[in-house]
Design a binder for this molecule. Structure first.
Ligand SMILES: CSC[C@H]1O[C@H](OP(=O)(O)O)[C@H](O)[C@@H]1O
Length: 351
């Protein structure tokens, strides 16, 4: 059975509480927008696509049970609550893009006099529910496109060794994953020799989530500490690095989990191709470079503690940016559901 970060059936939404993994696998009920906002902000659910899907589904549930009388009130409710959900975490673009598209849909349905309030509700909810299957389809295509791209550069039927960072699998999406989707596809093609995943301090997405997914799928993998990336590239003949993205600018600059930038610099030094795997829902056509991406800063406690255990001296100050920006110049290709693009080719996809 594949891992599911999100369970949605008959207008009932549950998420796997990722703060408890891998020790405890517990689903919690999301009853509406406030629950959704809190679960995203606390990182009980995380990952750019998963954030957007859970946020929008949390609103769909409310609308399903809404007693609102007029289309005007419904439209207003939709816009206000989507904008509130966008405030849960600032860096990933997916929630913002989904909100903009759904607000445009609500405006269009509101203005169409042939659409009743019940029809408006039903249309809105079905568009949100479609996000689940659309994301899985995107990820399967990303996996296929990315695996083929990496194998293009490999002689004969040789096997590949991949390094990945953070968690970009079924626990960051509706299923299969982006960078981890590429790894799953390479494994399915029997061309994957080994995966190395970084622990990804301080939230430990790699140690707690990616390792969990790789063990679950019986994919040969080794967990490394973030500071081992340079030594790994020097000693282990890494074929490629594949990471996810939270927001890609049209010039290819990419915001991703903190630590991605230094991995890209090391990859350039060691001649290892560095790929970003992301659906078009993670590409922000409104920004021209990474300079315009807001980087979320998270609480000190995520650095000073592991769970309830304090590991840093009381009184030390911390800096805890959750993301960094990898410049397009360090990226060999951006792997999407529509194909693999050089960073400089991305902009023309939006003309
Ligand atoms: C498939 S998006 C995964 C992306 O999201 C992660 O960030 P967070 O765990 O803080 O939501 C990380 O940047 C991953 O690359």
């Amino acid at each position: 059975m594949s891992l599911k970060a999100i369970k949605y059936e008959n207008h009932n939404l549950e998420i796997l509480d990722q703060l408890l993994l891998p020790a405890q696998s517990k689903y919690i009920n999301i009853k509406g927008v406030e629950d959704g906002w809190k679960a995203i902000n606390k990182m009980q659910v995380r990952g750019a696509p998963a954030i957007a899907i859970v946020g929008c589904l949390s609103l769909a549930i409310e609308i399903q049970n809404d007693k609102v009388e007029s289309k005007k009130d419904l439209r207003q409710d939709i816009e206000g609550k989507l904008n509130y959900l966008v405030s849960s975490r600032p860096t990933a673009v997916n929630m913002k893009k989904a909100a903009d598209e759904l607000i445009a849909l609500a405006n269009q349905l509101y203005k169409d006099e042939t659409v009743t309030i019940d029809a408006m509700k039903a249309k809105f909810i079905s568009n949100v529910e479609a996000m689940l299957e659309n994301d899985i389809a995107d990820n399967k295509a990303i996996g296929e496109n990315g695996a083929k791209e990496i194998l293009l550069k490999m002689p004969g039927d040789s096997l590949v060794r991949i390094l990945t960072h953070c968690n970009t699998g079924s626990l960051a999406t509706a299923g299969y994953g982006t960078a981890l989707g590429v790894i799953r596809s390479l494994h399915a093609m029997k061309r994957l020799e080994h995966v190395y995943c970084t622990e990804t301090r301080p939230y430990n997405q790699g140690a707690r989530l990616t390792a969990y997914e790789l063990v679950h799928d019986k994919i040969p993998a080794t967990l490394i500490v973030d500071s081992m990336v340079g030594a790994l590239m020097k000693q282990r003949n890494i074929s490629a690095v594949v990471v996810g993205a939270d927001r890609v600018a049209t010039n290819g600059d990419t915001a991703n989990k903190i630590g991605t930038y230094q991995i890209a610099v090391l990859a350039k030094f060691h001649g290892v191709p560095f790929y970003v795997a992301a659906p078009f829902t993670s590409i922000d056509k409104k920004i021209s470079s990474g300079d315009h991406i807001v980087i979320e800063e998270r609480p000190d406690r995520e650095v000073t503690h592991v769970g309830e255990h304090r590991i840093a001296a009381q009184g030390i100050s911390c800096w805890n940016p959750a993301f960094d920006i990898t410049p397009a110049s360090l990226i060999a290709g951006i792997i999407t559901e529509k194909g693999v693009f050089l960073p400089q080719q991305l902009k023309e996809q939006f003309n």
